[in-house]
Design a protein around this ligand. Structure first.
Ligand SMILES: Nc1nc2c(ncn2[C@@H]2O[C@H](COP(=O)(O)OP(=O)(O)O)[C@@H](O)[C@H]2O)c(=O)[nH]1
Ligand SMILES: [Mg+2]
Length: 590
């Protein structure tokens, strides 16, 4: 199936043409038929001689209903542009063409209507010349009369050729169905319709309805009034939804596939050539059937930052239509391509100009390389939600890093570790958390991943790999030797704080001696000789099992100050197991 939207000035025969081709009524509302004026979108379809089906989205031509027009044209891959032979080029001809161009639509047909009322040649020449200068380029043109039927067979052939030329979108693309109609049907609940540009909607699939991201389940899906198990874009679809009541769909919302979209409020974009040199500070943004208001901050050249009033499900590469509601006849319409949906802040001086310079050099649709280079570090999930695929291997879990930046960080980390050990030779190394903070990394595991083969992590600290702990200063060694002599006589008589002070053993020295394997440190204040834990386990084995802490203290000949941390140490090492009644048993594992 293919979808084509009409475009052109009011009364230039759009609806009449759709009616004549499809035999269906595009003006759905009684008011439209009474006034002979299209106000809202109409949906009709036909089968072309080739068997291909073609759906029409008929739009209003009146200037008051431009937002409705954009909701219809926005998601359509092609346009059928009409100009009346007796009317010629008109203000909304220009405005609709400007919109088509801003949206970047590159497939279409020109139809000169009401050819029974005037010579179609001048209008045709006029229109073709203007269309040629837009994204549509050279289009096939047909003159028709809906009254006499002249030209209709030629138009049908031209539509068939056009439909055959249109690209077939990716069936696995992330689903984003812009809702252009929502209504309830008694007995079957809520139905939304839209033009599915790409991807596949399946029965029973779960989708999220923006902006609440309320989960809804597809009860059924139809295309052109026919039920299907699955429908792939391009297609007109009607989706019957089951929601939790939070989901009250309306035009401009979208059904999106979970995990493949995020709602964005800030976007860096490249403005199309149509954009004014100095765009107004506030513009209306249209995409698909959605519209919102955006604050525009020009960053330099064609690059600008948009801040949207309402968050929208956007992907990098999306084409936005920017509209200055104050300007007439399409002069206030411009396109913009989304480049980044999680752009870094612009707090630093010169940041805006630097961002503009960087983004101006990007390809029309940026890929992972550009975005990773800009963000330096970014999570794969964030990029996937921006629609960026074919991601490189992560440096750690979900994190992707710009290779040059990563190499630079690695060098910085090595210097930080050396500097730290030079300043604090007794320390175990640079704590990972300190490394994370100094390098300004968003996650601790990145500091660990950075360590690479040159650094090793032990006990939460980073130090050069393979390098033995630094030798203990002489006075520390002497103090430890004295202490070990005392402990040899009374293995469970841990020195009091005062004795440690006397020996000149502060916390750092005790920690260093423990790391060097010269002391067994139970707590900051309680140290024994290495192996005291095994000796304790051997003695505790003589007690009836299970035993109490008091029994342990007695048999070890020590105080509560030592016995409790010693038992807790044995619990941690698995040598003893603490029972719910606080007694312990030896496990035999010690
Ligand atoms: N004589 C003549 N009138 C036409 C033709 N096509 C449309 N009309 C008339 O032009 C008027 C506007 O047509 P409509 O389809 O509503 O225009 P739209 O606003 O572009 O949808 C209606 O009165 C139609 O009957 C045509 O080929 N010949
Ligand atoms: Mg109409």
């Amino acid at each position: 199936m293919q979808v084509i939207a009409t475009a052109g000035h009011v009364d230039h025969g759009k609806s009449t043409l759709v009616r004549a081709l499809t035999g269906m009524e595009p003006d759905r509302w009684a008011e439209e038929r009474r006034r002979g004026l299209t106000i809202d979108l109409g949906f009709c379809w036909m089968t072309l001689p080739s068997g291909q089906r073609l759906a029409f989205v008929d739009v209003p031509g009146h200037e008051r209903f431009v937002p409705n027009m954009l909701a219809g044209v926005g998601p359509a891959p092609a346009v059928l542009f009409t100009v009346a032979a007796d009317g010629g080029w008109m203000p909304q001809s220009a405005e609709h063409l400007a919109a088509v161009h801003a949206l970047g639509i590159s497939h279409g047909l020109l139809v000169v209507t009401r050819a029974d009322l005037a010579d179609p040649a001048p209008a045709l020449r006029q229109a073709q010349e203007r269309i040629a200068a837009t994204s549509l380029g050279q289009v096939e043109a047909v003159a028709v009369s809906a009254v006499t039927g002249a030209g209709l067979p030629q138009l049908i052939s031209a539509l068939d050729r056009l439909a055959g030329r249109l690209p077939s979108p990716d069936r696995d693309a992330p689903v984003r169905l812009w809702v252009d109609r929502a209504f309830s049907i008694k007995g079957s609940g809520t139905v939304v319709t839209g033009t599915l540009a790409a991807g596949t909607i399946r029965e029973r699939q779960e989708l999220l309805l923006t902006p609440a991201l309320a989960a809804v389940r597809v009860r059924g899906v139809e295309s052109l009034k026919e039920r299907a198990a699955a429908v792939s874009g391009v297609a007109r679809v009607a989706v019957n939804l089951r929601g939790d009541g939070r989901a009250q769909p309306a035009r401009g919302m979208a059904l999106v596939e979970p995990g493949r979209w995020a709602l964005s409020k800030v976007a860096d974009v490249r403005l199309g050539e149509g954009a004014a040199q100095r765009p107004p500070r506030q513009l209306t943004v249209h995409i698909g059937a959605a519209r919102t208001v955006a604050r525009v901050r020009p960053l330099g050249g064609p690059i600008a930052r948009l801040t949207l009033r309402d968050a929208l499900p956007l992907h990098v590469g999306d084409r936005l239509l920017l509209r200055d509601p104050g300007a007439a006849d399409g002069t206030g319409l411009a396109g913009a391509t989304v480049l980044d949906l999680d752009p870094p802040g612009l707090g630093r001086r010169g940041a805006a100009a630097a961002a503009a310079a960087e983004l101006a050099g990007w390809p029309p649709v940026p890929g992972p390389a550009e975005l990773i280079r800009r963000h330096r570090l970014i999570q794969a999930g964030t990029l996937r939600a921006m629609g960026v695929t074919a991601l490189p291997a992560p440096v750690s879990r979900d994190w992707l890093a710009d290779p040059a930046y990563w190499a630079d960080l690695r060098g910085q980390l090595a210097s930080l570790v050396s500097a730290h050990l030079a300043a604090a030779p007794l320390s175990a190394g640079l704590p990972v958390e300190a490394a994370r903070a100094r390098l300004g990394l968003p996650a601790r595991q990145l500091a660990e991943a950075l360590a690479g083969p040159a650094l090793e992590m032990r006990g939460g600290s980073l130090r050069p790999a393979g390098r033995a702990a630094p030798p203990l200063p002489d006075q520390v060694q002497a103090a430890v030797a004295a202490l070990r002599g005392e402990l040899a006589r009374q293995p469970f008589a841990a020195p009091e704080a005062a004795r440690l002070r006397e020996l000149g053993l502060d916390t750092k020295a005790v920690a260093a001696a423990a790391r060097a394997g010269l002391l067994l440190r139970l707590t900051e204040q309680v140290v024994l000789a290495p192996g005291a834990d095994q000796e304790a386990a051997r003695i505790l084995a003589q007690l009836p099992q299970p035993f109490t802490a008091a029994q342990a203290r007695q048999v070890l000949g020590t105080s509560r100050r030592v016995a409790i941390p010693l038992l807790e140490y044995l619990d941690r090492s698995g040598a003893t197991r603490r029972l719910p009644d606080d007694r312990r048993v030896l496990t035999g594992a010690g």
